[in-house]
Design a protein around this ligand. Structure first.
Ligand code: GDP
Length: 202
């Protein structure tokens, strides 16, 4: 058996897709990253891959609707950078949290093993994050929560905010979600995330 890839030795950008039928035709297990804008997604992806600037392409204005696929460790698995979510007004009355393509990807892509949902650990539970996670639960999308920027507030505040999120979730979800706690600045949390990926694909 191959050793678990708890370390990323290489991550190569493969392609950007704007629809399900332009996603890569490969068999790789995909691990996707998503969160509201500014949550620290690009920083976390670059940190996990130890490659500055890797995820930058996704936040370039005008390219924010694309899903970006990276091949990790020469095709051992794929890291997928999803567009950030937010309340976009699609008409006078409709609010849309994320695009139909993101929804299609999360619900229909057979390769998806886990969507890592990034949540800013500095805040008490935000409606937008809860709505998104609730949607994942309702649609049976496999996910884990990643609390980011934990160096920016006290450990007590991080714990309080995570517990509040869990408590809010308990009202509409059964079971406890998998949780990761990260800081790019302190370089923490990546072993746990990559260990989880390693376990999932072995
Ligand atoms: P994105 O919009 O979700 O891709 O967010 P970015 O990765 O661009 O991060 C937004 C801002 O938060 C940037 O100024 C980052 O330097 C900062 N940031 C991201 N992660 C951390 C972290 O773990 N600790 C600290 N202190 N700042 C962070």
């Amino acid at each position: 058996m191959l050793p678990k890839p708890v370390k990323i030795n290489s991550a190569n950008f493969e392609l950007s897709a704007l629809s399900l039928d332009t996603c890569p035709e490969w068999e790789l297990s995909e691990f996707a990253f998503i969160g509201r804008s500014n949550v620290g997604k690009s920083s976390l992806i670059n940190f996990l891959c130890n490659q500055d600037g890797l995820a930058r392409v996704s936040s370039t204005p005008g390219r924010t609707r694309e899903i970006n696929f990276f091949s990790v460790n020469n095709g051992a698995w794929s890291l997928v950078d999803l567009p950030g979510y937010g309340y976009a007004k699609v008409s006078k009355t409709d609010r849309q949290l994320f695009s139909e393509f993101v929804s299609d990807y999360l619900v229909e892509r057979p390769n998806l093993v886990c969507a890592f949902v990034l949540i800013d650990s500095r805040h008490s539970p935000q409606k937008i994050d809860q709505e998104f996670v609730q949607w994942l639960v309702e649609n049976k999308v496999p996910f884990a929560l990643v609390f980011t920027k934990t160096d920016k507030v006290s450990a007590t505040a991080v714990k309080t905010n995570i517990e509040a999120f869990q408590k809010a979730m308990a009202e509409w979800s059964e079971g406890e979600p998998k949780i990761f706690i990260t800081s790019v600045k302190k370089r923490t949390g990546y072993r746990e995330i990559l260990g989880f990926v390693g376990d999932a694909i072995s």
